[in-house]
Design a protein. Structure first.
Ligand SMILES: NC(=O)c1ccc[n+]([C@@H]2O[C@H](COP(=O)([O-])OP(=O)(O)OC[C@H]3O[C@@H](n4cnc5c(N)ncnc54)[C@H](OP(=O)(O)O)[C@@H]3O)[C@@H](O)[C@H]2O)c1
Length: 317
């Protein structure tokens, strides 16, 4: 059964979504358009998407004021980012601009126009040394350029727009290019009979991207503001995540080799424990966050129903 938040009928909103070609952006736009009007901002990757798309490159176009004054959205959801950790290490200035400076400008522009602003951040703002789950009150200590720029973005957004929602997330799902999420990584490689490594010492709380999308929409509908951990209800290692995918998709789990992240060839530093508490979120939403197994089942069902192909067909080649 598809998860739907136990709220009353959603109020119709006009939503402007940045990063509409990204893993979250495209799934969020498709989920949101069932109830709301959606306008996605894209740099030219999307064609024939079933929602309105406008071209906008933050690094080239800069100011968003004109767009906001033309579109008059009720809410802006900022899914645009440089979210590739290795790319951020190579291009720190660009990462800072996109992950911190542009969110500041968006947050301020929304505050000036009374537009709700929802900004996406990351679980990786923590250094992972805590032995328990991190709450919103815990002090972040980002390890690499990506997480440093994302934490700077949180601060910039909070300062420019105290009413904004800042959501620290981690999610999996089907993407436009078919290779963006960790879920796709395991499905793609195991389906081709390839051996992969699964990190046993990186704990995280993956959430199915459609559950995340519905939760973000509900947070807007409920007029929440401030910092929230919006991740899955279950903490697991990346190795366990791969094993769960293999089991659900009927793929060979023996192809997943348990490995320490410290022995990998990745250059950007990774935190070992990104177990985040969702107590504040479920308390304020007044219901439980859907389970990992429900999300995994839905991720599998999407494959059976041709959802990955549908998403990929929106891509401009
Ligand atoms: N994936 C995860 O599990 C995860 C975990 C923690 C936090 N997050 C956060 O969640 C948010 C969404 O992540 P994601 O995984 O969906 O990222 P993604 O798939 O990499 O998508 C990023 C989006 O940003 C757009 N973008 C990049 N540079 C841009 C520019 N100069 N102007 C306009 N748009 C630009 C990209 O456009 P192009 O397609 O044209 O490049 C793409 O649509 C980000 O804030 C990320 O930090 C994600």
């Amino acid at each position: 059964m598809v998860y739907s938040p136990p709220s009353t009928a959603a109020e119709h909103m006009k939503l402007l979504i940045t990063g509409a070609s990204g893993l979250l952006g495209i799934n969020l736009a498709l989920e949101a358009m069932r109830e709301h009007e959606v306008i996605g901002l894209d740099r030219g990757k999307l064609q024939s998407a079933p929602f309105r798309v406008m071209q906008f490159d933050f690094l080239r176009n800069g100011e968003i004021h004109y767009l906001l004054d033309t579109i008059h959205p009720d809410a802006l959801i900022n899914c645009a980012a440089i979210a590739n950790l290795e790319e951020c290490e190579r291009e720190p200035d660009q990462a800072y601009q996109l992950n911190a400076e542009f969110p500041r400008g968006l947050a301020r522009a929304c505050a000036e126009r009374d537009i709700q602003f929802l900004h996406l951040s990351t679980d990786a703002v923590f250094d992972g040394t805590k032995r328990d789950a991190y709450t919103e009150d815990d002090e972040p200590n980002p390890l690499g350029v990506y997480s440093q720029t994302k934490l700077a973005g949180e601060g910039a957004v909070r300062e420019a727009n105290p009413q904004a929602i800042i959501a620290r997330v981690n999610f999996f799902g089907w993407s436009l290019g078919g290779r963006r999420s960790l879920g796709e990584f395991f499905v793609n490689n195991l389906s081709e009979g390839k051996t992969v490594n699964g990190f046993t010492d990186v704990i995280f709380c993956p959430m199915w991207v459609n559950h995340l999308s519905l939760t973000l929409l509900e947070m807007l509908e409920k007029n929440l503001s401030g910092l929230y951990h919006v991740v899955g209800a279950q903490a697991m290692s990346k190795y366990q995540f791969g094993m769960e995918i293999a089991r659900r998709f009927g793929l060979r789990s023996s192809l997943i080799a348990p490995q320490s992240v410290d022995k990998s060839s990745l250059t950007a530093p990774r935190s070992h424990n990104l177990w985040l508490s969702i107590h504040k979120l479920s308390t304020d939403l007044e219901h439980k966050i859907p389970s990992f197994s429900t999300g995994l089942d839905r991720f599998y069902t999407q494959l059976q129903q041709g959802y990955p192909q549908k998403i990929r067909s929106y891509q401009q080649f």
